[in-house]
Ligand binder design. Structure first.
Ligand code: GUN
Length: 294
């Protein structure tokens, strides 16, 4: 029985954070510049609180300035826009992240598009999305960047690779497809309504599963030897236990794939590392400094 190589996103992210820490030390010593990241959290969503705590911890660990702005769940849209405006105008802050989801009374799109595009380290602003789509230098969404880093580590040069992205969200599916095009892949974006989805996925040398459905992609959908990058983080009940699973059925996919990311420990750890990476880029650009090697 063939068994896929496990792609260790946790170790890759740790290595990337080490290189980021080196870049931050260089910016501090050579340019007296400390990159600063502000996170805005509105309300008390427990999953969001965990993310935000991890972000703050890792930001400080690489030597950056970290700010957390917690706002009441009943905050108005105007309150949140005023916070974003304040951070846009704060020279100590180079990256702004507004944690999603936002409470229902707040228009997320409006908030995101109020962030200064040069400080949009999530890469969600329409200017950054448009720059990515037209091949211009942009701040790119963190999870897609993390996926492509892991795919390149597993497969080497991606030129000519048949990539199938399952999922078409603005946060992962669309930007990861754009990044793969930039790497000269032949890219198909499939989704829950795709006809013969298993057949389409079977043509892929590289599968990016970002559809948000637990264990949807099965082993008999995978071309033998393909690289499988699983973006899903789904909580399910199994055998009376709460379990975290991806969008791929890991056990059956790992029997066929050449390499595969586990959940947890695959793509997840890459997201925050790429956020820190974007913050170093934003801080360097804001000060007219060439981004240090990371
Ligand atoms: N909520 C879950 N993941 C993310 C993320 O990457 N960025 C933001 N802003 N909110 C999130």
């Amino acid at each position: 029985m063939a068994t896929a190589a496990v792609i260790d996103g946790k170790a890759f992210a740790a290595g990337l954070r080490e290189r980021i820490a080196g870049a931050v030390a260089k910016l501090k010593s050579e340019h007296s510049l400390t990159p600063g990241l502000a996170v805005v959290l509105v309300g008390e969503d427990p999953a969001s609180q965990v993310y935000v705590r991890n972000k703050a911890k890792q930001t400080v660990e690489v030597g950056m300035h970290s700010e957390e702005h917690r706002m009441d769940a009943s905050s108005s849209e105007a309150d949140v826009l005023a916070m974003v405006d304040r951070l846009n105008n704060d020279p100590a802050i180079h990256g702004i992240l507004v944690q999603l989801p936002l409470p229902d009374q707040i228009d997320s799109e409006k908030v995101i598009n109020t962030i200064d595009p040069a400080k949009d380290v999530d890469g969600f602003h329409v200017i950054n999305a448009g720059k990515l789509a037209t091949g211009q230098d942009a701040l790119v969404a963190c999870t897609p960047v993390g996926c492509v880093m892991l795919a390149k580590d597993a497969l080497g040069d991606l030129s000519g690779v048949n990539a199938v992205v399952v999922g078409r969200s603005n946060i992962v599916g669309k930007p990861v497809a754009q990044l793969l095009l930039k790497e000269n892949c032949t890219v198909t974006i499939a989704h829950s309504r795709t006809r013969d989805l298993p057949g389409v996925v079977r043509g892929a040398d590289l599968v990016i599963a970002a559809v948000g459905r637990p264990e949807m992609v099965k082993g008999d959908w995978i071309k033998p030897g393909a690289c499988v990058i699983d973006v899903g983080i789904n909580r399910i009940e199994r055998d009376g236990k709460n379990k975290l699973v991806g969008d791929c059925d890991y056990a059956s996919c790992a029997e066929v794939a050449g390499s595969i990311t586990p959940v947890p420990g695959g793509v997840g750890p890459m997201t925050i590392a790429c956020l820190l990476h974007n913050t170093v880029r934003a801080a360097s650009a804001a000060n007219g400094i060439e981004t240090p090697q990371m």
